[in-house]
Ligand binder design. Structure first.
Ligand SMILES: [Zn+2]
Length: 127
């Protein structure tokens, strides 16, 4: 896993793609019945309420998911996300533990408080 990540990080082209801010443009959507505060479905961020749109940490969290999604051509992110959740659910038999231990959530929760993280982040940091 570490060797793969190191190899991927050496591909400088991926870095250039991340630095292009147009890929990080997004549309804000509000959906009151969302079962979470927010959700990233590239290129949309869905918020449970309007006031959450100004929560910088939350937006940062969802943007970390954007980068993860772009790295996996969006569709493979959802496949891996779901598989890791199911694996964790069998392992922990607890929704919260299963969710918080999804590799993508671990990276996002560990770094969403750092508002410079998107600039500093190395590709495939969720591995
Ligand atoms: Zn998340």
């Amino acid at each position: 896993m570490i060797a793969i990540r190191a190899a991927l990080q050496r591909i400088s082209m991926t870095r250039k793609i991340y630095s292009r801010t147009f890929l990080m443009r997004y549309w804000k959507v509000t959906f009151k019945r969302l079962p979470a505060y927010a959700m990233a479905i590239y290129p949309f961020i869905i918020f449970k309420s309007k006031d959450l749109k100004n929560n910088k940490r939350l937006v940062n969290h969802e943007k970390i998911h954007f980068l993860q999604q772009l790295e996996l051509l969006v569709i493979f992110f959802y496949i891996l996300y779901l598989l890791h959740y199911i694996y964790n659910l069998l392992k922990y038999k607890n929704h919260s533990k299963a969710y918080l231990n999804i590799c993508f959530e671990r990276e996002a929760f560990a770094n969403d408080g750092n508002l410079n993280y998107l600039k500093e982040r190395k590709p495939y940091s969720w591995m």
